[in-house]
Design a protein around this ligand. Structure first.
Ligand code: NAI
Length: 462
């Protein structure tokens, strides 16, 4: 039996970052992981592989649509799906082995196998029981399936199967117009699939700003994605080669079907805590399986903490990372802090979508007086030169104080641009602070400054 200050269960972005911070703070640390590689869902079957496929297919889109206009003539590249998969797998490997290197560098023990907590202060991995003064549950989430839909990861797939299809399907039906559905839908659309997205709500990307939802859907439609909105999927009937999705219209209860060669189920995720022994241990969870934690990520059992997708809040890798660092500080006797009001969310399509803080809808509902400064990428020289002028930046600021309350971007590099606003919000900045900051020309970031100017006397280039 080995003894540790901290054992973290799960090596996703929450768990591995927590382990590294614990080690940096001088704690003897181990991390339990049952997969063959470190990095959890994000690195192995989530964020990283999907970004590789998004990048490759965006390059293809550029070649097919914009190269000729730039004077780059010749045949568009053809798709070698096997090579694209190999590129994706290589990217995964580089990232997961990078975490292994960081574990070695920080002297973190990787306890290989699936962990459980037989009692407070003990973690069982395989036949071995290890002691730990503190235990952090960072076991992430799993696909939330729909009743009437059975995932076989061949014809009816989750995001995991969608990353490794045997071939590019002729017809792809996507259930759910959330982040996964739209990112993977974009990948296959660019590869030539006929993509139909079936969504329960009357709009895409639940929770996002309404204006962003409308603009984004319009742009995706222009790229060829078909949408069936306000439709509740009831069942999927699959054979060995194709599937039929049956849905009911929420407007008039009529039933209709969509046929496809592959169906992607992207209707959300649920906390993954199976086999940990949480019930027997007395760790409180909600009826939806979310582990209950206090402001310091402590569960109802002393010495057991939880972070990431298995607790409440957005299921985002970077939220888990922040919690991982913060809980490490708490365990080391310091103060850990996460500002849940400033957690960006990004959809890595083209154009990208990024958001932080309040939406206009939330501000209206709360009855807050606000102003909105908006700037279109049509007025941004760099965006026009790069065939990337679709979309806008919108900054929401308090009407009285000018303090930034939120920002919403549809456009090129939105996922990077949003961080200027995140930093501004962390510092409690006003829109004027951003407007008065010199921004290099020509960059996409000028559109952020222009939106900030639009909160005051007005933008220059519009
Ligand atoms: P999601 O919660 O973003 O979207 C699920 C969608 O499915 C919703 O719009 C919902 O209304 C719809 N839906 C549910 N039941 C339905 C039914 N019976 N018929 C039709 N539509 C139905 O979930 P998603 O896209 O699966 O993503 C899961 C999690 O992973 C999210 O928390 C997401 O934030 C995270 N993620 C984040 C990424 C990023 O940050 N870029 C990338 C991929 C995932």
């Amino acid at each position: 039996m080995s003894s540790y200050d901290v054992i973290i269960i799960g090596s996703g972005p929450g768990g591995y970052v927590c382990a590294i911070r614990c080690a940096q703070l001088g704690l003897k640390t181990a991390c339990v992981e049952g997969r063959e590689t470190l990095g959890g869902t994000c690195l192995n079957v989530g964020c990283i592989p999907s970004k590789a496929l998004l990048h490759a297919t965006h390059m293809l889109h550029e070649a097919e649509h914009n190269f000729a206009d730039m004077g780059l003539k010749g045949k568009s590249p053809s798709v070698d799906w096997t090579q694209m998969q190999a590129y994706k797998d290589k990217t995964i490997g580089q990232n997961t082995s990078g975490i292994e290197y960081l574990f070695k560098k920080n002297k973190i023990d990787w306890l290989k196998g699936w962990g459980s907590i037989p009692e407070a202060g003990k973690v069982k991995v395989g036949d071995e029981v290890h002691e730990a003064k503190s235990i952090v549950v960072a076991t992430g989430s799993d696909v939330a399936t729909l009743p009437g839909v059975e995932i076989d990861e061949k014809i009816v797939v989750s995001s995991t199967g969608a990353l490794s299809l045997g071939k590019v399907p002729k017809r792809l039906a996507v259930i759910g117009a959330g982040v996964i559905g739209l990112e993977m839908g974009s990948v296959y659309r660019r590869l030539g699939s006929e993509v139909t997205v079936i969504e329960y709500l009357d709009h895409v990307t639940p929770g996002m700003d309404g204006e962003v939802q409308k603009t984004f859907q319009k742009l995706l439609k222009k790229q060829g994605l078909n949408f069936v909105l306000g439709a509740a999927v009831e069942k999927v009937d699959a054979t060995k080669t194709k599937a039929k999705v049956t849905y009911t219209s929420r407007k008039d209860d009529s039933e209709a079907t969509v046929e496809a060669d592959v169906v992607l189920v992207a209707t959300g995720r649920k906390p993954y805590t199976e086999g940990l022994g949480l019930d027997a241990l007395g760790v409180k969870t909600t009826d939806r399986g979310v582990i209950e934690t206090d402001g310091e990520w402590k569960t109802s059992v002393d010495g057991v903490y939880a972070i990431g997708d298995c607790i409440s809040g957005p299921m985002l890798a970077h939220k888990a990372e922040d919690e991982g660092m913060a809980v490490a500080e708490v365990i080391a006797g310091k103060h850990g802090h996460v500002n849940y009001g400033v957690i960006p969310s990004v959809i890595y399509t083209h154009p990208e979508v990024a958001a932080v803080g309040e939406t206009e809808e939330a501000l209206k509902e709360a009855g807050r007086a606000y102003k909105a400064g908006k700037f279109s990428f049509m007025g941004n020289g760099r965006a026009k030169a790069n065939f990337a002028a679709d979309g806008f930046v919108k900054i929401l600021a308090d009407k009285e104080t000018d303090r930034i309350l939120g920002a919403h971007i549809v456009g090129p590099m939105a996922g990077d641009l949003i961080h200027e606003i995140c930093v501004a919000m962390e510092f409690g900045a006003a829109a004027e602070d951003v407007a008065m900051t010199c921004h290099a020309h020509p960059t996409y970031s000028e559109a952020v400054r222009e939106a900030a100017l639009a909160c005051g006397d007005g933008p220059i280039h519009m």
